[in-house]
Design a protein around this ligand. Structure first.
Ligand code: NAP
Length: 250
């Protein structure tokens, strides 16, 4: 199993690099970037439930299968991972207005396999990390990582809520999001998500956590630039000072 874990880490690191480079040419065709008449799609709600769910069960199965007597730190990391992914895999798709929306089958297959592998490597890393004992709670890496993750999670949750609110009137088109970090960036949800996983990498201090943070940047960074270009091309009155992902910078 150790060889499979190491092989998976190398594979995921390579995938992050490939995702980053290809993201500047190809924008994943879901949401506003779907092409009209796109074939091989599923209804968006079950698609999200299917492809995000492995982050819950792959992490859970791996963790409880391998951990004989988990430390309080390992249990805390388990609880944080699960609380985010129960939100992302179940609560979030049910909150969004996805009726009538479609999602590509290729994205469901890729997302399902990636999330299963990512849930496995992160749980495996947490269970086997020798530093994740009681004293880690007082380590600056844990404390700073936790603070970054909590702030990132809040920014992401608030941004998700603002976007969902834009369609509470029953419309299904796009509007200019206002409030929260959207005052400064076009993809506040992605800014928060990237912070969340950078915080996780720091607080867990594992190679798997670092590779997932890099993958999140690789996937959402170029996509945020595409969203930003799309907003500027679509809305003549789009706020000129707003950046794509990092306030005042990018
Ligand atoms: N960790 C990772 O690697 C990773 C990867 C992907 C996503 N995520 C997270 O998953 C969540 C969803 O991601 P996403 O790529 O679907 O985000 P998104 O493109 O910003 O869309 C989010 C939701 O809001 C709607 N929406 C977006 N902009 C809107 C606007 N201007 N007016 C009205 N509605 C709007 C979208 O509808 P449409 O579907 O109709 O566009 C969709 O339902 C985010 O919180 C993201 O951070 C994480």
């Amino acid at each position: 199993m150790h060889e499979f874990y190491h092989g998976s880490l190398i594979f995921l690191a390579g995938l992050a690099l490939l995702t980053f480079i290809s993201g500047f040419w190809i924008t994943n065709p879901y949401g506003r970037h779907m092409t009209p008449g796109q074939r091989f799609t599923l209804p968006a709600l079950p698609a999200w439930l299917i492809f995000e769910s492995p982050q819950v069960w792959a992490f859970t199965i791996t963790f409880w299968w391998l951990a004989d007597d988990p430390s309080a730190v390992q249990l805390a990391l388990y609880a944080l991972w699960q609380s985010h992914y129960i939100y992302r895999a179940i609560i979030y798709p049910l909150r969004t207005h996805k009726r009538g929306k479609r999602f590509p089958v290729s994205g469901v297959v890729f997302g399902f396999l990636f999330n299963a592998l990512n849930g496995f490597v992160n749980a495996y890393a947490v269970v086997h990390a020798p530093h994740l004992i009681q004293t880690w709670f007082a380590d600056p890496r844990f404390l700073i990582g936790l603070a970054v993750a909590v702030v990132g999670w809040w920014i992401n949750f608030q941004a998700d809520s603002i976007l969902i609110g834009l369609r509470d009137d029953g419309s299904d088109g796009y509007k200019i999001p206002q409030g929260g970090l959207f005052r400064w960036v076009s993809s506040a949800n992605y800014s928060g998500e990237i912070m969340l996983w950078c915080g996780w990498a720091l607080m867990s201090w594992t190679a798997a956590g670092l590779i997932f943070a890099l993958f999140t940047i690789a996937k959402l960074g170029p996509r945020a630039l595409s969203h930003h270009r799309w907003y500027r091309a679509t809305f003549a009155d789009y706020p000129a000072q707003r950046k794509a992902l990092i306030p005042g910078l990018l």
